[in-house]
Design a protein around this ligand. Structure first.
Ligand code: ADP
Length: 634
């Protein structure tokens, strides 16, 4: 008989399981029972439309048996079963090996996180068993097969005998050690406790033969009051789980822990959710839903691999694992499930997309999520900021995408870093804190708050005591431009030509100065040879000699973002070089101009332009020329 090797990643995982220091070894039972339940789900689903299955809902069950003498724990189901090929593919490899590789190469996370995050449930059996045997017969097949393994050395698959479709998992438990009493897992009370704890909501009965004892019946004439009663054992088949799905229970009988526990188990997230909502909706779209806001973004959240969606049940039967149509893209982080009695069971994926009922449910769910987020923002600020750090980007994309169609809905959920103490503020908070004389919502862009703080363009706005929003994500300025206004206040970049701060006197003064120096400004602009559309005198600069701004609809930041995207079309912002007329450098320029040294004036113009580029976080166009220029002037 040929012994097959596990695929590399599976082997690695298996090793981790075997040498696991994971304290919750008990979860193996939950994993195996969930698998059994999923397998039954599949066959039950088939039975609804296919009479050949020959089983009724009540016939489906998961059986547990434990034998202390042989140290064998058995979990059996009459679900869909596995063919030889499926045994090979499902138990010899890990479906999600790509993601596992990602994780393990990036430092071994705590093993319990890995257990939770990937489809590694079955392997957890090796945390408690020295030998695992799986006997399975696929529905519709006339042959059964046996998969057997004692760990990393590999596994065998042979033909086996089994009457009905389904799967039997046989664990030969490890010997007890000082730290771990594996024998406990054979104890009926322990097993009952574990089922209640982890698998109570499993929709099919988990049954076990439970041994009870009772006082022995004694015939009347033999009764003796002085003798202690004798007991006898008897066996009873018990269903260990209540089978009512959590979401169908009444809210009053559930505690916060129940919801959180359910989330951690069901959605393989080791981190507790930030918030949950249990929705019971009556009326046109009657449904129950459990919605969760995770606290951390999954590692693949901002990649193409991430698939949004909620589990969809029709009256307790799972019909789709990730129904994407239930969530708008901007709420793609939400996890949870929806159960509706009004959905047809044998509806195809394609039909589902057009299902009117589903659309109504999706709308209602979106409303719930929005209101839950608003409640969190209002009542649990710290949590909301945690949420924002994990998923804020997604909401900002939501503002920008679909031509701003959803901006009204989302704008009150936004947060930006403020120039006031670098803390996060909402737009509402910003507007509420605006000075009476302040006309605009000011923002500045850059790669980090620290970087933006250094920008010369922020000087005038700050001097007026106005708050500035620091936009540090690529999407931010696009989102702000999509919003255009918030509560009738227009957004204004600190680089904009009209900041609305200029007092008229000053304006006139600058204008006069510009006219006075027009030949110098023209000479500088000529020397810059198309790099800027004009050189002007600035009102916004206080301590810095120069800065770069832009006119027209494309800002410097947008130019950076757009040009970093794939594609050949490059855009260019129309740059404006602003000079600070109060700065000593300005006097120097005037002197040069007066002396008629146009060559040197041109060099100064180039030097200042490059300096402005650097401050702006843009790269110097020609570093060699720049460095030569400096030496030249030194
Ligand atoms: P996951 O359940 O997360 O997919 P597992 O390692 O627990 O990962 O199981 C791998 C696969 O093996 C399952 O997806 C399923 O296809 C199959 N499987 C496991 N247990 C059973 C079972 N009792 N009956 C039928 N198929 C099963």
């Amino acid at each position: 008989m040929e012994t097959k090797q596990f695929k590399a990643e599976s082997k690695r995982l298996l090793e981790m399981m075997i040498h696991s220091i994971y304290t919750h070894k008990e979860i193996f039972l939950r994993e195996l029972i969930s698998n059994a339940s999923d397998a039954i789900d599949k066959l039950y689903f088939k039975s609804l439309t296919d009479d050949k299955v020959g089983l009724n809902k009540d016939d489906f069950a998961i059986w547990i048996s434990a034998d202390k003498d042989s140290r064998i724990l058995k979990i059996s189901d009459n679900g869909i079963g596995m063919t030889a090929e499926e045994l090979e593919n499902n138990l010899g490899t890990i479906a999600n090996s790509g993601s596992l590789k990602f994780k393990t190469e990036n430092k071994l996370e705590e093993d319990n996180q890995i257990i939770g995050q990937f489809g590694v449930g079955f392997y957890s059996a090796f945390m408690v068993a020295k030998k695992v045997t799986v006997i399975s017969k696929a529905y519709g097949s006339d042959k059964a097969y046996q998969w057997e393994s004692e760990g990393v050395d590999g596994y065998t698959i042979t033909e086996a005998d089994k009457k009905n479709a389904g799967t039997e998992i046989i664990l030969e438990l490890l010997d007890d050690t000082d730290d771990e009493q594996y024998t406990d897992f054979l104890d009926q009370y322990r097993i009952k406790g574990l089922i209640k704890k982890y698998s109570d909501y499993i929709r099919f009965p988990v049954k076990m033969e439970v041994t009870h004892s009772r006082p022995k019946e004694v015939p009347e004439e033999e009764k003796d009051e002085n003798k202690a009663p004798e007991y006898e054992e008897y066996i009873e088949i018990e269903t260990l789980n209540s089978m009512v799905p959590l979401w169908k229970k009444s809210k009053s009988e559930l505690k916060e822990e129940d919801y959180k526990h359910f989330y951690v188990e069901k959605f393989y997230d080791y981190n507790e959710p930030l918030r949950y909502a249990h929705v019971k909706n009556e009326g046109t779209a009657a449904y129950n839903a459990l919605l969760y806001i995770p606290s951390k973004a999954p590692f693949d959240f901002y990649s193409k691999e991430y698939e949004k969606g909620l589990q969809l049940y029709s009256n307790g039967v799972l019909i789709m694992d990730k129904c994407g149509d239930l969530l708008p893209d901007y709420f793609s982080f939400v996890k949870g499930l929806v159960d509706s009695e009004d959905l047809s069971l044998n509806i195809s994926r394609e039909m589902l997309q057009h299902d009117r009922q589903l659309k109504v449910i999706a709308k209602s769910i979106e409303k719930t999520i929005t209101s839950e987020l608003k409640k969190m923002l209002k009542n649990e600020r710290e949590k909301y900021e945690e949420f924002w750090k994990a998923f804020g980007l997604q909401l900002k994309y939501g503002i920008y995408s679909d031509y701003g169609m959803n901006k009204e809905k989302l704008q009150d959920l936004l947060m930006f870093t403020s120039s006031n103490e670098n803390k996060l503020v909402t737009l509402d908070e910003y507007v509420t804190g605006m000075r009476e004389e302040q006309k605009f919502i000011y923002y500045a862009t850059g790669e980090s708050a620290a970087r933006i703080e250094q920008l010369p363009q922020t000087e005038l706005v700050k001097e007026n005591g106005f708050e500035i929003l620091y936009l540090t994500d690529n999407i931010d300025e696009f989102a702000v431009k999509t919003l255009m206004k918030y509560k009738d206040k227009e957004f204004k970049s600190v680089s904009a030509d009209d900041l609305g701060l200029e007092n008229n006197e000053k304006k006139e003064e600058i204008k006069a100065k510009e006219e006075e120096n027009s030949d110098m400004l023209k000479a500088m602009s000529d020397a810059l040879d198309g790099k800027v559309s004009k050189v002007i005198l600035s009102q916004r600069l206080k301590s810095h000699p120069v800065c770069l701004t832009s006119e027209g609809s494309i800002s410097l930041e947008m130019e950076k973002v757009l040009n970093s995207m794939p594609g050949d079309q490059k855009v260019k912002a129309q740059r404006v070089l602003e000079l600070n007329p109060e700065h000593a450098v300005f006097e120097k320029l005037r002197e040069l101009n007066a002396s008629g040294d146009n060559d040197k004036l041109g060099k100064y113009a180039n030097l200042l332009y490059n300096q402005a580029l650097l401050i702006e976080g843009l790269s110097v166009e020609n570093p060699v020329e720049f460095s030569n220029l400096i030496c030249d002037l030194m």
